[in-house]
Write a protein that binds this ligand. Sequence first.
Ligand code: UD1
Ligand code: CA
Length: 450
Amino acid sequence: METIILAAGKGTRMKSKLPKVLHKVSGKPMLEHVIDAAKSAGSTREVVVIGSGAELVKKTFSEVEFVMQEEQLGTGHAVLCAKEKFANSTGTVMILCGDTPLFTGELLKNLIDAHEKFNAAATVLTAIMPNPKGYGRIIRADNVDFEKIVEDKDANFEQQKIREVNTGIYCFNVQKLFDALEKVTNDNAQGEYYLPDVLEILRAEGGKICAVVAEDYRQTLGINSRIQLAEAEKILRQRKNAELMLSGVTIIDPATTYIDFDVEVGQDTIIYPNTYLEGKTKIGADCVIGPSVRFTNMIVGDNVTAQFSYCHDAEISDGVTFGPYVHVRPNTKISANVKIGNFVEIKNSNIGEGTKLPHLQYIGDTDLGAGCNIGCGTITVNYDGKQKYRTKIGDGVFIGCNSNLVAPVNVEDGAYIAAGSTITEDVPKNNLAIARARQVNKNSWKDKRG
Ligand code: UD1
Ligand code: CA
C-alpha cells in the first residue's frame, strides 16, 4: 500500500510563520499523526508533497519521501507533482491531507477494504458534518449514487445546505488517477486544479466511484484555522483520556487533564486534576500524579507520588515521592525510593537510592550517592560565571543545613558536613567538615554600647 500526503499549502488561514502541517495537536505535528495512521493501516511507502516551508517539514520527518510542489496550484496539481514517483506502481494508492490529523489507522483500513471489495476506480471517504462550511459537498444523483464534489466556494445556495462533505481521504487505482489528473482544469472560483474533480472525470469514463460515509465525523475534521486546531486538540484529549480510563487508569477530572497522544500510563495510576503529561512521557503503575503536575518527556517508574511540580526530559525510578514545588530538569536520573520535599531544583544530576532532599535544595551537575540526607537549604555551587563544574557526593553522606558545596568538589562516603559550611575542598571518607567562622559571643555587649 502506497500513500500520497498533501502538505504543500501555505495554511493562509492559520496566520502563522510555521507551515500548517507542523502545528502540533496532542503533542505532535499534525503531519506526524497522518503519517502514523497511514503506517498503522498498512502503508509501506509515504510520499509527502511539500512546498510552503518545505525545508522545515523535511527536517522534521526522516522516514518518508518528499516531492516539491513549487507553486501551490491546488490539490489536483499537488498530486500530479508526485506522478513520476508512481510510474511503476499498480493497484491502490491512498491520498491523505496533512491537515486532517484525527483519523485512526482503523478508519483507513476500512476504507481500503471497501475500495478493494467493490473494485472501484476511486473511493472517497465522506462525513456528515454538523457545520459543513468550508468543505467540498458530496452531490449524489437522486440522493443515492455519487455524482461529484462541489467546493464550498463554488457551491450554489442549495448545494451549500448539504451536510455530507468530502473528508479529503481517498483510495484510487493509481494509474487511472494520474491519467484523469491530466484532464483536470482550473476553471472554478479559486482558479485551482481540484483533486476532487478526478472523481467526476473517472465516473464519466465509466469507472466505479464509491463514497463511504465515516461513522464519526470527528475523525475527519480538517484544520484550517486555530479555532479548528483547538477543536481537534479537545477531541484527541477526550479520546486519549477515555482510552487510558478503559485501560485501568483513574482520571479524577478528565476535563482538566491534558495527556498527549503518545503518552503511556500504567494500571491503577491515579491522575489528579490540572495535570499535563506531554511528549513521550511514560508513567508506570500505581502512581499518584497531580494535582498540578507537568511532565514532559519523562520516564517514571511504579509507585511514584508527585504533586504541584514540573519535570522534563528526566528519569524517576520506583517509589520516589516529591513535591510540592519541585523542578526536575534535563539529564537527571533519580533512583528508587528517593524522597524530595518542597522547593527543590535538580538539574543534570544523578541521585542515589533512598536519598532524602526534603526542602529547599539546588542540586546541579551532581552525582549524589545512596542513603544521603541533604539538609535544608543545601546548594551545589556549580558555576563560576564562566564554566560549570561537577559535585561528587558519596553514599551515606550527611550534609547540615544551609551548606554550599563549591564545585568541583568531592565529598566521600560517610562524611558529615556541619550546618552553614561553605565547602571548597574535598572531604575524606567518614570525616566531619566544618567550614564556617567560629561563633564569638561578646559579653554584656548591649550594656557597654549604652
Ligand atoms: C480540501 C478539499 C475539500 C475537502 C477538504 C477536507 C480540494 C480542492 N478541496 O479543501 O473538498 O472537503 O479538503 O478537509 O481538494 N495542498 C497542497 N497543494 C496545494 C493545495 C493544497 O499540497 O496546491 C494541501 C494542503 O497543504 C492541505 C491539503 O492539500 O494539507 C488540503 O488543502 P486545503 O487548502 O486545506 O483544502 P481545503 O480547502 O480544506
Ligand atoms: Ca483543509
